[in-house]
Design a protein around this ligand. Structure first.
Ligand SMILES: [Zn+2]
Length: 350
């Protein structure tokens, strides 16, 4: 039996059910949204529901029929899931470095095979469904190959592309798909779900959801003690640099480059808190309570009071700019260095 659909995805599912009941389901969907919102689960549920022989009243798959059983076992003949394959990597330093930089992509051969499968006749007369996740890692030749199928899709097929970075897909691909964007869920829905998860292990769901900027699956992943510990170590390091201690270059070199998006995320939240505290002037309790990094309020408050607004906003702009470069792996070490140097400079005015 499958786990329940995430509660914040019910509206998206209802949309699918309505389109399907009216016979208006498109041949291709592009499901996007920030990471940590369960877009992959949504794609799989739409696929299963499309193939199910006895869907429930709300359109969801029954989980038990002759289509659902092989689907859940990963062996439905009319369904294919295309995900990136790990590159073969030899155990030397050069390939390890390459692996850090670009571990996964989807190549043209894989897309050709995926598309060829969609043209075979359906085994159960419920059409064919293919999911590509994440679709943005298709290389140019792979995307081109998919485009041919999107231009002339075989009858009765549904192709679902999942991505948190739709802009990385060629416009020709995007324009042939119906766009569905999964938004940040209502806070009350996300918190109620989070509070029920056993992996939470006593962590405060409100704090985790704040640190994850409202994304429930990211919040849940944060409940792993090691993740929170890593955040603590990074914040301590940045604060140390801000107080003109430490060496930004050696600190940058000691960071795991694969962690760069996460480090950037923590840095941005730290800066947002500093900006809020700075703006509040005399620190009042209400501001402290609303901080994302509440556990650092006593350290951040006096620090923020000594910083300059112009410098704070300058660094914030730089962080936004860096977020756009987050997928340029070759730059990662330089980006971390630059970020830490800028934090040190920010503290230098204190
Ligand atoms: Zn079923």
């Amino acid at each position: 039996m499958h786990s329940p659909l995430y509660p914040w995805l019910h509206a998206e599912f209802a949309r699918f059910h309505a389109l399907r009941s009216q016979g208006r389901m498109p041949h291709a969907l592009l499901i996007s949204g920030e990471p940590g919102l369960g877009q992959g689960q949504l794609a799989m549920r739409l696929a299963q529901a499309t193939l199910c022989h006895r869907p429930l009243d709300d359109g969801q798959a029954c989980g038990q029929c002759a289509a659902c059983r092989p689907f859940l076992a990963g062996a439905h003949p009319d369904f294919s899931l295309l995900t990136p394959k790990e590159k073969d990597s030899k155990d030397d330093e050069a390939s390890k470095d390459k692996k850090d930089n670009k571990a996964k992509d989807i190549k043209v051969d894989a897309v050709r095979e995926f598309c060829a499968g969609l043209y075979l006749s359906s085994s159960f007369q419920h059409g064919k469904v293919g999911v590509i996740e994440p679709a943005d890692v298709m290389n140019a030749a792979a995307a081109n190959s998919l485009l041919k199928t999107l231009e002339e899709p075989p009858a009765g097929t549904l192709i679902i592309l999942v991505t948190s970075q739709p802009a990385r897909l060629p416009i020709t691909i995007r324009s042939r798909c119906q766009r569905w964007q999964v938004g940040i869920p209502e806070r009350v829905t996300a918190l109620a779900w989070l509070a029920r998860q056993p992996q939470l292990a006593g962590e405060d769901p409100v704090r985790l959801l704040d640190l994850a900027e409202g994304r429930p699956l990211t919040a849940l992943a944060l409940a792993e003690p090691e993740r929170l510990a890593r955040r603590g170590r990074w914040l301590e390091s940045v604060l140390h640099v801000l107080r003109a201690g430490g060496n930004p270059l050696s600190l940058a070199a000691s960071q795991d480059k694969a962690e760069w998006p996460t480090l950037l995320h923590w840095s941005r939240l730290l800066l947002v808190d500093l900006i809020r505290l700075h703006g509040a002037g005399q620190v009042d309790q209400a501001v402290k309570i609303n901080l994302v990094n509440r556990d650092y309020a006593d350290v951040l408050a006096p620090l923020a009071a000594r910083l300059h607004a112009r410098e704070l906003f300058g660094l914030y702009d730089y962080l936004l700019e860096s977020s756009r470069l987050v997928d340029h792996p070759l730059n990662r070490e330089l980006l971390i260095e630059e970020l830490l140097i800028r934090f040190q400079r920010l503290g230098g005015h204190a």
